[in-house]
Design a protein around this ligand. Sequence first.
Ligand SMILES: NC(=O)c1ccc[n+]([C@@H]2O[C@H](COP(=O)([O-])OP(=O)(O)OC[C@H]3O[C@@H](n4cnc5c(N)ncnc54)[C@H](O)[C@@H]3O)[C@@H](O)[C@H]2O)c1
Length: 344
Amino acid sequence: MTTITILGAGAMGSALATPYRAQGHDVRLWGTWLDDHLLDAVEAGRPHPRTNVRLAEGTRLFRSGELEAALDGAEYVVLSVASVGVEKVAELALPGIARARALLLTSKGFAPDAEGRIELLPDAVRRVAATSGTPLPPIVAVGGPCKANEVAADRWTATLYAGKDEAIVAEVADSLSSTTYRIEGATDEVGLEVSAPMKNVYAIALGIADGLHEAHDEPFHNLKSATFAQAVREIAALGEALGGRTETVYGLAGVGDLEVTGLSGRNKVYGSRIGRGEEAGAALEAMVAAEQTVEGVPAAGLAVRLVEQIGGSLPDRMPLLAAVAAVIDGAEDPAGRVAAAVLP
Ligand SMILES: NC(=O)c1ccc[n+]([C@@H]2O[C@H](COP(=O)([O-])OP(=O)(O)OC[C@H]3O[C@@H](n4cnc5c(N)ncnc54)[C@H](O)[C@@H]3O)[C@@H](O)[C@H]2O)c1
């Protein structure tokens, strides 16, 4: 039995309690200062408001003021907050993280450092730790097609855990895989960390094709498929430029996660609202008001900066990224923009 502390009691953090408890681990779920209403619902015996699934039995709950107790004796720490909160929560939890054997990271995004250079999230966490002189355990990035509500409901899921330390990845994968939640291990942290936020960006474009379908009551499947293919090409191009492996992009972390994110989820819903004719800013406001964080929106802007930072021929190889960024900024004719970026 391993003691696992999950930081962030949103959809994904709470969902992971299902497979981890199924393996008999001691699972603690810590809610941030934004999660009290989620923990209130769970404590009242209701399903988790974000997944509509009951929290796995035996999961121990900790409120934001109880971080130290939640981390006391933790062997694995799982950071599962939205990308905007990663640096802050990592900083608060550093003493406990430093004592753990592994830091797992489900959060997806990019982060700018003090000079404005864009980093992948594990590097941002390493920077936060280095700044305070705290040693970090090996980081294991968590990706692949794993919708939180399905993980919570114990439905078959294949997920990729990737980290530079092959031995700890193998240990974690072996210890956390359940009958239904199966973990593939890999060493390509960069490939996974590029795929994860980029699939959120491209799911916005996939959603635009769905929105056109709804608005016209006729399918735009050809456009959606061409968009999917171009998205995969662009994720692979960015991954390679940063030293990741193409096979990671063509596997669970890239193609697999792009498929599931383009089927459902907040990024796709935001895109489909735009495809139906809603103005991009208004669509985003409505979603934020409903507590629906659209992570692809900040990721798109940061990805554009990252691609410019890398330079060379890369910006020219990523027209769909540029189109999504323009659409988010309110460009006219969003569907035409996407089509121009993906049609040969
Ligand atoms: N939902 C999924 O299916 C899924 C699947 C794989 C990975 N993820 C990733 O896991 C991470 C969490 O996603 P989620 O679906 O649980 O989201 P969620 O919106 O349900 O929960 C977000 C969590 O982040 C915290 N948070 C939000 N803003 C914060 C801030 N400014 N400072 C500190 N904490 C903050 C919240 O308190 C909450 O614990 C995301 O990066 C997401 O991309 C989600």
